[in-house]
Design a protein. Structure first.
Length: 292
């Protein structure tokens, strides 16, 4: 310390070093930390890292072996807005996982093992703008109301999954949606998907890699672009009758025939009864006239 009371340069270096050391102490093992950001990319982590600073806003866990996201530990990160979990081993147990990170704006779960998306998966992410769940080959189901609460969702990517069907209302009712990735899925271009294909052709959504949004089934439509098969599906679904339609029509015809036969039979019985009573009444009147 100089006579003026100012610390010498060596003392300043020591104080700065102490500050940097304290920041490193607060950083999870095998991760790097900057201001409000924790980056654990490619560290072969098996579990969610411990001791993440509570003021973290950006957390990157990409390219690890994490198979489970603990909801309790995540809920401590109340200011988290960016979460990158791509290329991990996350499975289908994600319901209520994100209940405590309501400020989350960006979520990347691509290249994982997701199998389904339910209403409870993302329903608490009211501020979500970007959601990437592409490259999950085992993802075969997205519930109709899965994104009902994510009204700010602008970017949604479900490309390269196991999806064969997507209900139109699942995406049509998202008022801010501008980008929708659908390519390289196993779409079944049947009558159930016709409404969705019609919506695609009429919407103003940006469909990236549109050349790869193709039908997988039936065999006759395989590799054809989904919007291009709309006219054919309209013809097949709205003008042609299928086996179940013929069965239904036969049942209706049989019921009508049976009802008509029964009605005619009852009418005939009533007519016979009426004739019998009428003839008896006439005979009684003749007898009375004869007696008198």
């Amino acid at each position: 310390m100089s006579s003026s009371g100012r610390p010498q340069p060596l003392s300043l270096v020591f104080l700065l070093g102490m500050g940097m050391a304290s920041e490193r102490i607060n950083c999870p093992s095998r991760c790097s930390c900057q201001y409000l950001e924790v980056n654990c990319t490619g560290q072969q982590l098996q579990e969610f890292p411990a001791a993440i600073p509570l003021d973290t806003r950006q957390l990157i866990l990409a390219a690890n072996n994490v198979s489970y996201l603990p909801a309790v530990e995540l809920s401590f990160l109340t200011d988290l807005v960016y979460l990158d979990c791509r290329k991990n081993l996350l499975g289908d147990d994600l319901d209520f996982t994100f209940i405590g990170v309501a400020k989350l704006v960006y979520l990347d779960l691509s290249f994982n093992n997701l199998t389904q998306v339910t209403f409870s998966t993302f329903s608490h992410l009211l501020s979500l703008v970007v959601l990437k769940i592409s490259d999950n080959p085992n993802l075969v189901a997205i519930e109709k109301d899965a994104f009902a609460n994510n009204t700010w969702l602008r970017h949604l990517d479900v490309s390269r999954t196991g999806l064969t069907f997507l209900d139109t209302s699942t995406v049509r009712d998202l008022p801010n949606l501008r980008f929708l990735g659908l390519s390289d899925n196993l779409w079944h271009c049947n009558c159930s998907l016709l409404d969705f294909i019609t919506w695609m052709t009429e919407s103003n959504i940006n469909f990236p890699d549109a050349d790869n949004i193709t039908c997988y089934m039936p065999e006759g439509l395989r590799a054809l672009k989904m919007p291009a098969v709309e006219a054919q599906l309209h013809f097949n679904c709205l003008t042609q009758l299928y086996k179940q339609d013929y069965i239904f029509l036969c049942l209706i015809g049989f019921c009508i025939f049976f009802a008509g036969t029964m009605a005619a039979w009852l009418a005939g019985i009533c007519a016979v009864i009426y004739e019998v009573h009428s003839s008896k009444g006439g005979e009684e009147e003749e007898e009375e006239d004869t007696v008198t």
